[in-house]
Write a protein of this length. Structure first.
Length: 387
């Protein structure tokens, strides 16, 4: 069994690098269509620890999550373009937040109904899941660490977060043929769509810039400084037992810091691939979280998948009610829903399927989810805890 911290880090880096390389290689990437790279980055370290290849208990895991997670959040929020998001208009933004409210209501309701089967300790797990389904993987991990979600609770939630969004995306795409009938029934204001493309044209700085050694080093320095500043300020803020810890403050402060830097010249680091560096750090954090978990802890995943489907069903009902109230076209229903549940990778795909040329609308709504997902996940978790 490997117990030396440096060797553990080497194993984790190797797993992450191998999975990412295979998921991008032209010959093997199709194998990641059902279970994406982020799942394997979490599951393989878990399997390695369960089989005894590496120890599941090492102080290096705590150091990785404590310092690298805030650093990754700084870089992931750098390319945010708040002006472009606001240009989407009130209806598009309202539909996103109605969808997010549907996730929170659905998560709280589902937790209450399934609590006799899964146990009351899953309150924090539903918070982490709602963080992902109002934001993305980064938000799920941030909520997990901010609330100290037990690994036995978090592991099955990763399965739910992998299975349900892909199923829901398939349903949304299958319903594209109903778009005309829905808009006529809803008397939707399709004039909204005429200007959305123009409003979304200048969205965010492109992330396609070529990464250089200098750019990576500079991005890491900014990320490290942001993480350090957040930790310093968090130590001075009051803590509330079982509600707000010092690390909860760290996550919230670093999120605000990343958004603040997106208004500064530092955002130009995105031209050197700062977001990709941020995801590299985030996935490394995920390997450390996986290594602390146990394969045995995913046994409750089937029941939780049913709970997750209920969350999505309630989300859909509330979103449709919001669309009726605002006379929003089905395009915005689908784009807002996938921006919440799917995130930046899949929301543009669904938006493009429903209305060619408006993929950027789905992308911008998903980026909005990245901004607010952590806070919404923490709020949802506390609502579950009170119940």
């Amino acid at each position: 069994m490997i117990t030396h911290p440096l060797l553990i880090v080497l194993v984790l880096v190797t797993i992450e690098a191998l999975v990412l390389w295979l998921s991008r290689h032209v010959r093997t990437r199709r194998y990641f269509e059902l279970l994406p790279a982020v799942f394997w980055i979490y599951f393989l370290p878990m399997l390695a620890a369960t089989c005894g290849l590496i120890t599941a208990k090492s102080p290096v895991y705590g150091l990785i999550t404590t310092y690298l997670l805030p650093a990754s959040l700084v870089l992931l929020l750098l390319p945010v373009d708040m002006r472009a998001i606001l240009r989407l208009g009130p209806t598009a933004l309202a539909m996103f937040f109605i969808g997010a409210a549907g996730i929170i209501v659905g998560a709280v309701t589902s937790f209450v109904l399934f609590k006799p089967l899964i146990g009351p300790e899953f309150w924090s797990g539903f918070g982490a899941l709602s963080g992902s389904w109002t934001g993305g993987s980064a938000n799920m991990i941030a909520v997990k660490e901010a609330l100290a979600v037990p690994d036995a609770v978090f592991a099955p939630m990763v399965i739910v977060d992998t299975v349900v969004p892909y199923l829901w995306m398939g349903i949304l795409i299958a319903m594209v043929g109903l778009q005309g009938a829905f808009d006529r029934w809803n008397r939707a204001d399709r004039g909204i769509l005429d200007h959305l493309g123009e409003r979304a044209a200048a969205h965010l700085a492109t992330s396609g810039g070529k990464r250089t050694v200098g750019g990576i080093v500079l991005a890491l320095l900014v990320a490290g400084a942001g993480s350090g500043i957040a930790h310093l300020f968090a130590r001075e803020l009051p803590q509330i037992k079982d509600v707000v810890s010092s690390y909860t403050w760290t996550i919230m402060i670093v999120s605000l810091l990343g958004i603040g830097l997106s208004f500064s010249p530092v955002r130009h680091l995105e031209r050197s691939g700062a977001t990709r560096t941020g995801y590299d750090l985030l996935y490394f954090v995920l390997t450390a979280i996986g290594a602390k978990a146990s394969v045995a802890s995913i046994g409750s995943a089937l029941v939780l998948i049913a709970a997750g489907l209920l969350v999505v069903a309630i989300h859909a009902v509330i979103l449709l009610a919001g669309a009726k109230l605002l006379r929003a076209p089905m395009f915005l229903v689908a784009a807002a829903s996938q921006a919440n549940i799917g995130g930046v990778a899949s929301a543009p795909v669904v938006a493009e399927v429903y209305h060619p040329g408006l993929a950027s609308v789905g992308l911008l709504l998903a980026i909005l989810g990245n901004i607010v997902g952590t806070w919404l996940g923490i709020v949802c978790a506390q609502l579950c805890r009170m119940l």
